[in-house]
Write a protein that binds this ligand. Structure first.
Ligand code: C2E
Ligand code: MG
Ligand code: MG
Ligand code: MG
Length: 290
């Protein structure tokens, strides 16, 4: 009897594993033709100047419009794309769409594009970026590239030339999810980046945690000393916004202002500012038109 039960449990586990392998394979196969079928879309989330109440840039975020499955989020396909060698194609598609969309934005607004380490270590990445710029006509300083700390890590070795090529092109380089990778300080010492994006896990609890507040404030000061711009990710409450402004954090991004949307032209809700400041009517919405 015990043996039967054991076996039954084993089979349940087996079915579960089987199901996961099937789903994974299914995703992988569908993903292979996603670019060719035009299923990769680019959505946008504004990056706001917390002091001036203006939009300075918009971040391009990949979405996969999968037939019969709806909109698939990057968390479900970027890692797979990296593993099976599809990230270069998907990344170039997003980069191209983002550069083109940015040319229609007013006021020299920039577009910020995520770059996976696997794209970055390729010898031709500099050429890919150059092509996206010349095809769209976007000015290089209107393109920001967000590198994760592991991509920057690669730049220490094999991708040093790519890093220099991008510097020479005049695009702006950001470290994404700052603080979550290994040896963040080594990156800052070795690499001449323009911008740090403080990961949202540090921002989330600043209202309740003195420790998190100290960390964020420390990063803001560090960025300031190094003459880097700093963006706080994942701002959801007016309380977080107020604290960040007090700390002198210049830029921010988060659901408080806008969730990612399919059009590049930002529609930003500045109610968060208004609720916490003295002036102006309480339900104003600022729209920056393309
Ligand atoms: P990320 O670059 O750090 O982007 C921020 C993520 O946080 C986005 O999720 C965004 O929708 C979400 N977010 C923004 N504000 C808030 C907020 O206030 N609260 C919360 N809870 N979340 C917020 P998304 O679009 O699902 O993207 C997830 C990650 O996938 C990105 O993190 C990025 O690492 C990766 N990714 C997205 N698009 C691309 C791409 O085109 N290429 C590459 N290589 N990676 C991409
Ligand atoms: Mg990013
Ligand atoms: Mg990030
Ligand atoms: Mg992140």
């Amino acid at each position: 009897l015990a043996k039967d039960r054991g076996r039954a449990r084993y089979e349940v586990f087996d079915d579960d594993l089987r199901g996961r392998i099937d789903r994974r394979l299914d995703t992988e196969i569908a993903l292979r033709s996603a670019v060719d079928l035009g299923q990769i879309e680019t959505w946008y989330q504004p990056i706001v100047d917390l002091r001036e109440r203006t939009v300075v840039a918009t971040e391009a975020l990949a979405r996969w419009r999968r037939p019969e499955r709806g909109l698939v989020m990057p968390g479900e396909f970027i890692a797979i794309a990296e593993e099976v060698g599809l990230i270069k194609e998907i990344g170039s598609t997003v980069l191209g769409q983002a550069c083109l969309a940015a040319t229609a934005l007013e006021g020299g607004m920039a577009v910020s594009v995520n770059v996976s380490p696997r794209q970055f270590v390729r010898d031709d990445f500099g050429a890919v970026v150059k092509r996206a710029l010349s095809t769209s006509g976007l000015a290089p300083n209107q393109l920001w590239l967000e590198l994760t700390e592991s991509a920057v890590m690669d730049a220490i070795g094999s991708a040093a030339r790519t890093f220099q090529e991008l510097r020479d092109l005049g695009v702006r380089l950001a470290i994404d999810d700052f603080g979550t990778g290994y040896s963040s300080f080594t990156h800052l010492r070795e690499f001449d980046v323009d911008l740090l994006k403080i990961d949202m896990t540090f921002v989330r609890d600043i209202e309740n945690s003195a420790r998190d507040r100290a960390i964020v404030e420390g990063v803001v000061r560090l960025a300031d000393s190094l003459k880097l711009e700093v963006v706080a990710e994942g701002i959801e409450t007016t309380g977080q916004l107020e604290l960040l402004r007090e700390m002198g954090c210049r830029y921010g991004q988060g659901y408080l202002f806008s969730k990612p949307a399919p059009q590049a032209a930002p529609v930003v809700h500045f109610e968060g500012f208004l609720a916490s400041s003295t002036a102006i009517s309480s339900r104003e919405t600022a729209v920056v038109r393309a």
